[in-house]
Unconditional design. Sequence first.
Length: 304
Amino acid sequence: MDTDADWLTTMPLRSFARAELAAITSPERVRGAIARRELARLSPGRFAVAAHAESFIVRAHAAVAATHGVLTGPGALFAWGVLDRPPMRLRVSAPPGSHEQVPADTAVFRPATRTPSAEWHGIEVALPPWAAIHAWTDPGNKSPAGDVLASLQRRATTVDEIGAAARSMPRVRHRAGLADVLAGFTEGADSFLEYEALRRTFAGPEFTRFLRRHRVVARGRRRTLDMYDPRTRTNVELDGGRYHLAGEQRESDDERDADLATLAIQTIRLPYSAVMNRPEWCRATVRAVLAARSSHPGNTERNL
């Protein structure tokens, strides 16, 4: 014989209105499950199985179901595999006139134009170009440029697609800034760190000698160099904050640097914190290395 809790184990990963739950089982069982905290309240009138109530897919379903809207911004980019971690705060594009109560972790906005979407696990999710723009315009997003660049770097969308989507919107917050980020990607910056290096740390005519995202083949392996100076065979690598920490990654970096050394390319690695917080030190270091290597004819390429 089924116990009162048995019906909960077969529930799909989504949120439910109380009336839906009552139709699945009975109002009495629903009241009992809520009292025993087997069902968690996500927002007024909407519940989920408590064991899964904090999962991204359940939170996203609750946010969209409550508004009849579209999940967008960083949450949508996570759904499409652009971001590695789900955001704590979800953003939903809702149709005009909707005023339903939403979960506390959800921010709702009502754009003038409809947000194009596709279904993802039963949830309407903004298509990548619109999700990237909404990540950019989200006032609560701490890494808007990084999210836009990640959507491009992971090929979820393109510069042209984001540009076309932006032109279809009557208003885009900081439209000129978005255009600059897209231009930076076109110029070779495919991460927030590289964008900062391009626009701030290594901006100016003295650093135009560097080739961004330069590709070489070393010992039969294709390598992409963040900033390569062909005159002195110097490679400047910008080590991201989330990477280059584990022992295996450090070993991989060392092997990569050794392969590049067979082409007489010297690698300088600049940590994330230095690029972001000590730009003058980074510039001085690169200038010093370039000067030292320029003083030795064997380190420079021949003028053909």
